[in-house]
Write a protein that binds this ligand. Structure first.
Ligand SMILES: [Zn+2]
Length: 198
């Protein structure tokens, strides 16, 4: 059963999505000359790990997370400068931190079938969640709507998980992320999912 998008999403000429809450992050730079987004990378994140809700993800991406507030932050996040382009909250609410025209710092060391530095040519979407929990129907709905909007605006050729492009280093979006559901919801051909196993 496919999920109807909860709202219309459209990406404007500056790479910002109408329908998203805009929280501009400084953690980006220009894409290399000639690079356009051809890959969508799906992630999960929760802060503290395994806890949903609150503002810690946005605070991290905006460089204002109080790293004294939790031992995990202190051990792993101090001084980190990262951001994805988008976060999809548990209720399906969409937040945008970096214009899709820019190179956001979400994937780190990565390789897409031998093409390295995936941040150069990708758009990063974080689902609020973790590797141990199912994602919410509202998140799949928002993700499908966002993917459709990105395909309208950019020459996207593939979707991948962070774990696909950084195997051994990253595990997200994790075993509960339902790629077949995303494929159904987006009605995209198999070739857009080069890592999807039947
Ligand atoms: Zn990730």
């Amino acid at each position: 059963m496919s999920t109807m998008p909860p709202f219309a999403v459209a990406v404007d000429g500056d790479g910002w999505a109408r329908g998203a809450r805009v929280l501009p992050s400084p953690n980006f730079e220009a894409r290399p000359a000639g690079a356009v987004p051809t890959l969508i990378v799906v992630h999960n994140i929760s802060l503290p790990p395994g806890e949903f809700g609150g503002n810690a993800i946005a605070d991290l991406f905006l460089n204002r997370l109080d790293c004294d507030a939790h031992p995990y932050y202190d051990a792993h996040l101090r001084g980190l400068r990262v951001s994805s382009h988008f976060v999809i909250r548990r209720d399906g609410a969409l937040e945008q931190f970096v214009s899709c025209d820019e190179r956001a710092w979400h994937a780190g060391v990565s390789s897409f079938f031998g093409r390295e530095r995936c941040n150069d040519f990708s758009i990063g979407i974080e689902l609020e969640g973790d590797d141990a929990s199912a994602f919410e129907a509202a998140q799949y709905g928002a993700l499908a709507a966002l993917v459709a909007a990105l395909l309208e605006r950019y020459p996207i050729e593939a979707l991948a998980g962070h774990s696909d492009i950084a195997p051994g280093r990253k595990t997200d979006p994790g075993p509960h992320f339902d790629w077949a559901r995303l494929r159904r919801d987006t009605a995209l051909a198999d070739r857009y999912f080069p890592y999807l196993r039947a």
